[in-house]
Design a binder for this molecule. Structure first.
Ligand SMILES: [Zn+2]
Length: 441
């Protein structure tokens, strides 16, 4: 157990280790304001790993520094400063630093690091370019604001995992329908819908008829920086009259029903069918990872699953009215909310016919899409385009390493307003907790 724990922490800190072995000190800040931009210069102890992005409502610029700490007090701008009204900071994930610049209006930010010269040491330079004001038309400014949002705010990535593939056909229908084929068709239709939605992007985990082992499917989603993992299946049961859709999330402590347990065992066997057996040690490690960091994504998984299930109800029979839980290996991603959709029972003759029908495949894809979009309309991460489209983004799921003060800084609201909106009596928050964020707080 101890060994695995150590390995886990090593894995977590690897990206930081590779790029910045030592803690970066932000020692001072200087800034200058030119007619078209303001330049912020942070004196830092070494070249920092950093990320700069914009948030809206109100306009803010966020500078995230890995493995960094603040060793100065920021000098605040005067009231009449044309670009920004204040600059704040909070620590994140224990060792990282987040700096938030409160802006008067949106800017085009540019950042770079500079090597020491005879006057200064390492520096991080962030230029805040004011956007063109064109009083005559007003149009130019508007266009450029829109452009910036599209450039800076990222797309939400949905990893779509069509079950089985290649030498693993999955479940078989009486008429010879293969699960791997019908779920691939549904997955492609879903991907098309997601790609059409501004602010969302689909990544197909398998792009054709070949097998990918279950853990590799998770890795593909992680490499694509997926915000959500959706695994699509259509299963069989020994009784032909069994029918309807189910939506599953991961359970480590046993399945919610006998049938769910049976199904999970069957899906997990895919690796044996696909030609690769599950690795025992990997499983132990996975369970440690789950213990430590899955609470937040479990909460999110339940939310998405509930919404997808609701939309399936409107197009047909549900096998289970509630979100089901079982130990599906493919859902064992510690950091990505993951759901598994059993679209229908291929063993039921009516449903086998539906699964082969392109129109019905489209309906099933649409049910998943509506559930997923509905979820992200409420929970779009702050740095995404979708969050800026659906401005009423007022909920936040606590993830590892976050603090109440950090969240207040992130959204530019007071801690007091968050506490009162959520009836919190202390500053204690827990991973997976959902907080309402009053954007005007
Ligand atoms: Zn399956």
């Amino acid at each position: 157990m101890r060994v695995y724990l150590k390995f886990f922490f090593l894995m977590l800190s690897l990206p930081g280790l590779a790029m910045a072995a030592q803690n970066i000190e932000v020692k001072s800040l200087r800034y200058w304001t030119a007619p078209d931009h303001t330049r912020l210069v942070f004196d830092v102890s070494n070249k920092p790993e950093h990320k700069v992005f914009l948030l809206e409502n109100p306009h803010r610029l966020v500078i995230d520094l890995s493995q960094a700490s603040l060793k100065t007090v920021f000098k605040q701008p005067g009231r009449k400063h044309p670009v920004f009204t204040g600059i704040r900071s909070a620590s994140r994930h224990k060792n990282d630093l987040r700096i938030v610049v409160d802006l008067k209006a949106s800017v085009n930010p540019k950042s770079m690091t500079l090597k020491p010269n005879n006057k200064y040491g390492h520096r991080l330079v962030v230029d805040l370019y004011q956007q063109a004001k064109n009083a005559a038309t007003g149009l130019v400014a508007k266009t450029s604001v829109k452009k910036t949002v599209q450039q800076k705010a990222r797309d939400i990535v949905v990893a779509i995992d069509a079950g089985h593939g290649g030498e693993d056909p999955g479940a078989l229908g009486k008429r010879g329908t293969r699960e791997k084929d019908v779920v691939f068709s549904i997955a492609k239709k879903l991907a098309k819908m997601i790609d059409k939605q501004p602010g969302m992007k689909a990544v197909m985990v398998r792009k054709g008829d070949y097998y990918i082992k279950l853990r590799e499917r998770i890795n593909i989603a992680r490499k694509a920086k997926a915000d959500l993992f959706v695994s699509i299946h259509a299963d069989a049961f020994k009784k032909r009259n069994v029918k309807g859709a189910s939506v599953f999330t991961l359970s480590r402590k046993g399945a919610s029903s006998e049938a769910a347990r049976w199904l999970a065992a069957k899906e997990n066997n895919a690796d044996l069918v696909g030609g690769v057996s599950l690795d025992e040690m990997d499983d132990t490690l996975a369970s440690v990872l789950l213990d430590l960091s899955q609470t937040a994504s479990k909460e999110a998984s339940r939310e998405v699953a509930g919404k997808v299930l609701k939309h399936f109800k409107s197009i047909g029979h549900l096998h289970n009215d509630a979100v089901q839980k079982a130990g599906f290996a493919v859902l064992k991603s510690p950091d990505i909310p993951s759901i598994l959709v059993e679209t229908a029972f291929i063993s039921n003759p009516d449903e086998e016919a539906k699964l082969r029908n392109a129109k019905h495949q489209q309906k099933m894809a649409a049910a998943i899409f509506k559930g997923v979009l509905g979820y992200f309309k409420e929970y779009a991460p702050a740095d995404t385009l979708l969050a800026s489209i659906y401005k009423k983004q007022t909920k936040h799921i606590i993830t590892r390493g976050e603090t109440l003060s950090g969240i207040a800084v992130l959204y530019g609201v007071s801690m007091k307003s968050i506490k009162s909106a959520n009836a919190l009596v202390s500053n204690t928050i827990r991973i997976g907790q959902v907080l309402k964020i009053p954007l005007d707080g």
